[in-house]
Design a binder for this molecule. Structure first.
Ligand code: SF4
Length: 83
């Protein structure tokens, strides 16, 4: 999504989608993102979890340049070990 979304993290809200934050390993239900560049992005609204952790406010159908699925992590790990 280079060239779209916010300058720092490429964050985009659902109306530009379809996207799927809720399929990303950085997403925390119900509306949180813990990816460090999203959290540090001045254009992304923030929410605070009950334990005090500040997160980016990301709804289920938002997205950004750091979208990472569990499958992509597994595939990369398998590739790194030659499987
Ligand atoms: S796609 Fe981006 S904004 Fe959404 S949860 Fe993943 S890292 Fe956060």
């Amino acid at each position: 999504m280079s060239g779209t979304g916010t300058a720092k993290s490429g964050f985009l809200t659902a109306e530009h989608g379809p996207f799927r934050c809720s399929n990303c390993t950085f997403w925390r239900s119900p509306v949180g993102c813990v990816q460090k560049d999203v959290v540090a992005d001045p254009e992304v609204p923030k929410i605070q979890a009950p334990n005090g952790v500040v997160m980016g406010k990301a709804h289920t159908d938002d997205c950004c340049s750091y979208f990472t699925t569990l499958k992509s992590i597994i595939d990369k790990t398998l590739e790194e070990v030659g499987l």
